[in-house]
Design a binder for this molecule. Structure first.
Ligand code: ZN
Length: 70
């Protein structure tokens, strides 16, 4: 049986493929990484970030509109 890799679409043999349904370990890891990096993010974990982090340097660079007349 030949299946298409859900990540890159490359056809690969299902039988004997340790990375199925992916074509390779790379695609498997990429998919896992994407899942862990984005979808697994918990809303509200930014509160933890602020706890130990320094304040962002927003004050050092005050927002100002572009001035084409300058
Ligand atoms: Zn693939």
């Amino acid at each position: 049986m030949v299946v298409a890799c859900p990540l890159c679409g490359k056809k690969n043999e299902w039988k004997g493929n340790p990375f199925r349904p992916f074509c390779s370990e790379r695609c498997k890891m990429v998919d896992l990484g994407a899942w862990a990096g984005e979808e697994y993010r918990i809303p509200g974990d930014r509160a933890d970030d602020e706890e130990g982090e320094t304040i962002p340097d927003t004050r050092a660079v005050p927002p100002r509109p572009a001035d084409p007349a300058a």
